[in-house]
Design a protein around this ligand. Structure first.
Ligand SMILES: Cc1ncc(COP(=O)(O)O)c(C=O)c1O
Length: 386
């Protein structure tokens, strides 16, 4: 095989990056976007907190509300957020449910979602009101085309729009600041799923959504089960914790964060993840991750039948359309992903779409260009039919 051409100085190994993780070295982990991965220093910080819990549970749990407030202040500092306007939550799905419960909905009101939306988040919307699903062609050329398609789908009954900041299957920016401003001007409450935005985008809260939630455990190097919900001032009093809390009298954010006897160690260690990202130089990490994802996508785009999809600038995920007949249903897409993992030791996301599913590759500081080259070498043998 001829040596693939690498853009000089862009797709390379991040110095010291792989050593920061304890990932199985036999596996090419090209799917950071699904579950993240926790760097060793953050794992150790969490392990120390767990040891504290086991050494003196009373002392630990009595101090939890104040320690959470301290950790939340550190996260707010990283995000440039009002510390009273964000709360720790477990994951994006929880954020969607908390947000949607805080929006007054009347009979006949509708919630707008897109067909790129994440399943559990869309399901949270559908539990509360009839949803209008906007079909976004994955080939739409840019953010403006996405914005126009979403606006064209509004109806007089649209009360809320639930939009991905960065979509999971297609890695597109959907909730652009301009779209959010247009929705606001039309009186539509905006709920933004920023599951991938925190850590991947430099200023994830810039759009000023009414509700924004994002995972710390994907691109923020935080322990699993850590996320934040940011709420605009006019809605904070309406947020009600999903289960009663001993801190209910304090309202948001304490009522949401304090949930009786739970494992708080992930949230308390989460600021260490964002500190690490800063120490590594967040801009450098983003540029590196994006260049690696681009390297992978460029290699895959050379394979017969694969088509690169438009992407947002600087994102650490890239997607391509697979040939017609491949991964068109959820079952087929899952089967393809599992076969590539089991037989090749390569982790990627494959997603179903009528007329040909898609594949997503991610870039992270533990990845190396050779891993994408390995994927490009074996993928054609999986594309006959699946
Ligand atoms: C866009 C998007 N929203 C929500 C989620 C769900 O995240 P969680 O499992 O943290 O609820 C994901 C997970 O990959 C996602 O990609």
């Amino acid at each position: 095989m001829t040596e693939p051409i690498r853009p000089a100085g862009s797709a390379h190994e991040f110095p010291g990056g792989p050593a920061l993780f304890r990932l199985d070295p036999r596996v090419a982990h090209l799917n950071h976007g699904s579950f993240g991965a926790v760097p060793v220093p953050v794992q150790e910080a969490q392990a120390e907190l767990r040891a504290e819990v086991h050494a003196d549970p009373d002392a630990f749990f009595i101090a939890v509300p104040d320690r959470l407030a301290g950790a939340r202040n550190r996260i707010a500092g990283h995000l440039g957020a009002d510390p009273d306007g964000i709360a720790f939550i477990a994951n994006a799905t929880e954020g969607a449910n908390l947000a949607l419960d805080a929006v007054p909905l009347a009979d006949g009101d509708e919630i707008l979602v897109t067909d790129h939306g994440y399943g559990t988040v869309v399901a949270a919307a559908a539990r509360r009101a009839p949803v209008t699903t906007v079909a976004l062609d994955p080939h739409l050329p840019d953010e403006d085309a996405v914005r126009e398609t979403v606006l064209a789908a509004l109806t007089p009954r649209t009360r809320v729009a639930v939009l991905d900041h960065v979509s999971s299957p297609t890695a597109r920016i959907i909730a652009s600041p301009r779209l959010l401003a247009d929705l606001r001007a039309r009186g539509v409450t905006t709920v933004v799923d920023g599951a991938h935005a925190l850590g991947m985008l430099a200023d994830p809260l810039a759009g000023g959504a009414d509700f924004w939630f994002g995972n710390l455990h994907k691109w923020g190097y935080a322990p699993s089960g850590s996320a934040v919900l940011a709420v605009a001032p006019q809605y904070r009093r309406r947020i009600r914790a999903l289960v009663p809390s001993w801190e209910d009298q304090h309202g948001f954010p304490r009522s949401v964060e304090n949930r009786a006897t739970a494992d708080y160690t992930g949230w308390l260690a989460a600021p260490d993840g964002l500190d690490l990202l800063e120490r590594l130089d967040a801009a450098k990490v983003r540029a590196h991750n994006s260049a690696l994802a681009a390297h992978g996508a460029a290699l895959l785009a050379e394979l017969p039948g694969l088509t690169a999809l438009p992407h947002g600038e600087g994102l650490a995920m890239r997607t391509l359309r697979l040939p017609a007949g491949v991964a068109e249903t959820p079952e087929r897409a899952r089967e393809l992903r599992e076969r590539i993992a089991a037989e090749q030791g390569i982790r990627v996301l494959t997603w179903p779409w009528p007329g040909g599913g898609g594949i997503r590759v991610c870039g992270q500081i533990y990845n190396r260009p050779e891993e994408y080259e390995r994927l490009a070498a074996v993928l054609p043998s999986y594309l006959g039919r699946s």
